[in-house]
Design a protein around this ligand. Structure first.
Ligand SMILES: Cc1cc2nc3c(=O)[nH]c(=O)nc-3n(C[C@H](O)[C@H](O)[C@H](O)COP(=O)(O)O)c2cc1C
Length: 245
């Protein structure tokens, strides 16, 4: 499939057929991940492919209702990983924040490349950040050592077309892009038009079709609280990453 068309057609897929990926599909996704750009070429991303269904069910149970991880044919965890670099270099006891940032970038880009490689093969997927609410227990299940830590998850599979929705409308291009210097493109009319367009999109969805504007959707998300959520910064620090300068 044409690379640009794959990118233009992107939409998150959260419902999969009960069908495994072929070895070739998995291998293509791995190759796309491995070939991802890497800051300073440190290659500080390691991907854990969770193939043990029992383990996946445990992760799914810990991840709450954000998505049905346990039912995904594939679930991959993109981890910041300085264990390799520590073998060849004397690094401080706490990995400095700028290096941690490199690893977060490496993981995010590799994860997006994996998703795009899947979509290019007619597959679908969803990036999962929600599992981080229980990052301590999930990292223990995955036996992640010090100087490594999960950054993102990715669930992949063959899309169940019954659940395919329209693409989510994006903010106006003029707001997302500006030439040379920062420019606040906000104007109330465009904002109202976008909110209305988003409301129409939510209203016509087959599932989760309570009509709401983009503003309302953001406000609902911002007010969501997870009382049992792990302390993310404390977790990364305990894994050996400095989060301050
Ligand atoms: C860093 C990141 C974390 C995400 N975490 C979740 C998640 O935990 N659960 C989920 O259902 N979707 C998650 N998503 C998917 C977004 O909800 C989705 O990309 C967004 O709503 C736009 O929809 P679209 O990708 O279909 O255009 C995540 C996306 C990103 C980039």
């Amino acid at each position: 499939m044409d690379a640009l068309q794959v990118l233009f057609d992107h939409q998150t897929c959260r419902n999969f057929k009960d069908q495994c990926l072929t070895a070739e599909q998995v291998n293509n996704i791995k190759r796309a991940c491995a070939q991802t750009s890497s800051a300073c070429f440190y290659q500080v991303c390691t991907v854990i492919r969770v193939t043990d269904r029992k383990l996946l069910e445990q992760i799914g149970a810990l991840s709450g209702g954000t998505m049905k991880i346990a039912h995904a044919p594939e679930f991959w965890v993109f981890c910041a990983d300085f264990t390799r670099l520590r073998r060849i270099a004397q690094l401080p006891d706490l990995i400095p924040f700028p290096m941690f940032f490199h690893a977060v970038n490496d993981c995010s880009l590799a994860c997006q490349n994996a998703l795009t490689a899947a979509e290019a093969q007619g597959l679908g997927g969803v990036i999962i950040g929600g599992f981080k609410a229980q990052i301590v227990k999930i990292s223990a299940l995955l036996q992640i050592p010090r100087y490594a830590a999960p950054v993102l998850g990715l669930a992949l599979g063959v899309p169940d077309e019954a659940y395919r929705e329209e693409q989510k409308p994006r903010l106006p291009m003029e707001w997302l892009f500006t030439d040379n210097t920062y420019h606040d493109g906000f104007n109330a009319d465009d904002f109202a038009a976008y909110n209305e367009r988003y409301r129409e999109y939510t209203a016509q969805r087959k599932y989760n079709n309570e009509p709401k504007t983009w503003s309302e959707a953001c406000l609902a998300m911002l007010s969501r609280k997870n009382p049992q959520s792990d302390k993310l910064a404390a977790f990364y620090q305990a894994q050996g990453f400095a989060l301050g300068d």
